[in-house]
Write a protein that binds this ligand. Structure first.
Ligand SMILES: Nc1ncnc2c1ncn2[C@@H]1O[C@H](COP(=O)(O)OP(=O)(O)OP(=O)(O)O)[C@@H](O)[C@H]1O
Ligand SMILES: [Mg+2]
Length: 241
């Protein structure tokens, strides 16, 4: 279970303090899929980074299965069971794909296993194993590789920030299957940040974040109709044609 209490994150811009995450509280049950959506710049990625320890909260508390991880750095949070896929994955010059997957899995992976992980996100495995994670990989290749590193082992909480961004329709369908597989097992919490209707429709609960605050949170059946009928000024969701 994840419990987030009064989480606040501020930045200092030219001497002026600005709150990006404003006193956010919510919880997640084991096995739950929570989809976070909301307008661009609302604070979704920042909230996710604060949960992963990439950004340090100014106030608030984070409990994972009852343990207070608020003061843990990113490595400790990863060890405590949080996996994170960036909206814009970092590149690691000099690091090969198979080595990164091994690090993510916590052990050296036999070639067959690394290939299986790449295939699960639609990458033609053998072609990629010895590739460097540098500027030669396309945005969509980076994105799927990043997701593969989180899928490389089970976590208590998996956070995927806009997993659909920049990937082709075929790979998108494969990703949906991966999320459904994890969701069915009911042993990991899945937090997906997304603007995609197909992903939003998979949620047990939906959270809408706007201006650093939770605007809505509730079961999918309750929140989705409101999202679908929201006026066009609400740019939080890409609707399917
Ligand atoms: N370190 C920082 N310094 C200054 N401003 C920041 C910082 N981090 C985030 N912001 C600002 O905080 C706001 C929220 O950013 P964030 O990336 O969390 O939004 P988002 O909801 O993920 O948006 P999107 O849907 O476009 O991905 C934006 O206005 C962003 O410019
Ligand atoms: Mg974002």
């Amino acid at each position: 279970m994840l419990e987030v209490k009064n989480l606040t994150f501020k930045v200092n811009e030219n001497g002026v303090e600005r709150s990006i995450v404003k006193d956010i509280s919510f919880s997640m049950e084991n096995g739950e899929m929570l989809v976070i959506t909301g307008p661009n710049g609302g604070g979704k990625s920042t909230l996710a980074k604060v949960l992963m320890g990439i950004e340090k909260a100014d106030a608030g508390q984070i409990l994972l299965d009852g343990a207070d991880i608020s003061d843990f750095d990113i490595d400790h949070r990863a060890k405590a069971g949080i996996g994170f896929a960036f909206q814009q994955p970092p590149r690691f010059k000099g690091m090969t794909v198979d080595r990164l997957l091994g690090l993510a899995a916590g052990e050296h992976l036999p070639e067959q296993e690394a290939c299986r992980m790449l295939s699960a996100v639609g990458l033609c495995a053998k072609e990629y194993l010895k590739r460097e994670i540098d500027g030669t990989l396309s945005g969509g290749e980076m994105k799927r590789l990043e997701i593969a590193t989180v899928l490389a082992k089970p976590h208590k909480l998996c956070i995927f920030d806009e997993p659909e961004a920049g990937i082709d329709l075929w790979s998108f369908s494969m990703l949906i299957q991966q999320f459904e597989r994890i969701h069915r097992k009911k042993d990991q919490m899945l937090m997906l940040i997304s603007h995609q209707e197909r992903i939003i429709r998979m949620a047990d609960r939906i959270m809408v974040i706007d201006d650093g605050k939770i605007k809505h949170i509730g079961p999918r059946e309750e929140i989705l109709p409101a999202l679908l009928t929201d006026e066009p000024s609400c740019t939080c969701m890409d609707r399917e044609q």
